[in-house]
Design a protein around this ligand. Structure first.
Ligand code: OAD
Length: 242
């Protein structure tokens, strides 16, 4: 039996599935990954733009970067991997999708039980009153202000050096510890604490599988490593279910 068929069998039996996704799942939609050959980090000094210090020093430069990303992400569509996870969710009694992506493509595809642990680029947060709002404008301007209190708005995303929302992280850890199967899709799995979720699942006895273009530092600990494009492999996992 092929690895895909074996993993499919484990999924069909599973009561509870957790999925962790990273930038690789959106690559085929046209969203640049961070660390790859065409990665965002080759074009931008992300660590100098996506930080609270950068925003304090030059908010207009930070908004210029996020407006560029909004414009880019606003023009792309979900791909077969996002769509296949929506279908998988319908077939599994307890399903949790944890994403490190801020692009909102899982929501757009229709995933329901979704934890966006790094935030969402389409949300803004007031640095004054803390109000969080959805704003789908492709261009927020260079110094958007809060409609409630006039404070400076910032993207509602987790920046380098910032802590994750502890409630969301706890939900993600609980889902990882309680699943029968965990899929880790399109992430280099180097950024903590997301990178440790697969170990939480494995330690609790789950079958853990990775889908990536290449092997990662976690491959040796995986029960399955499926090498290839997420848009080709993930749909295969839901083909021909009874
Ligand atoms: P990376 O850019 O680090 O990794 C993307 C992974 O996707 C790599 O392992 C690629 O091999 C793989 N990949 C690329 N195209 C693929 C495809 N079509 N199918 C399957 N796999 C593919 O992105 P992340 O792991 O998501 O955090 O990065 C994690 C975090 O680092 C991001 O959320 C961001 C960044 O710092 C914050 O901004 C807080």
């Amino acid at each position: 039996m092929s690895e895909i068929d074996e993993l499919k069998k484990a999924l069909m039996k599973a009561e509870s599935v957790a999925v962790l996704t990273g930038a690789g799942i959106s690559a085929e939609s046209g969203v640049p990954t961070f660390r790859g050959a065409d990665g965002l980090w080759r074009k931008y000094q992300v660590t100098e733009l996506a930080t609270p210090e950068a925003f304090a020093k030059d908010p207009e430069l930070v908004w210029e970067f996020y407006n560029w990303r909004r414009d880019l992400i606003g023009g792309v569509d979900c791909n077969p991997a996002h769509n296949a996870l929506v279908e998988l969710e319908k077939r599994i009694p307890h399903f949790t999708l944890i994403t490190q992506n801020i692009d909102g493509l899982h929501l757009k595809a229709g995933s329901r039980n979704l934890i966006e642990i790094h935030g969402n680029i389409w949300k803004v947060r007031c640095t004054g009153c803390g109000e969080i709002k959805l704003d789908l404008s492709p261009d927020m301007g260079l110094s958007p202000k809060c409609g409630e209190c006039g404070g400076a708005l910032r993207p509602h995303v987790v920046w380098f050096g910032e802590a994750l929302d502890q409630d969301l992280l706890q939900q993600a850890v609980a889902a990882s510890r309680n699943c029968d199967v965990m899929l880790v899709i399109g992430t280099s799995a180097v950024v903590q604490p997301a990178a440790s979720l697969a170990f939480e699942a494995k330690a609790a006895g789950a079958t853990v599988a990775e889908i990536n273009l290449e092997r990662t530092s976690q491959s040796d600990h995986m029960d399955f490593t499926l090498i290839g494009k997420a848009g080709r492999i993930v749909p295969k996992l839901i083909e021909d279910w009874p």
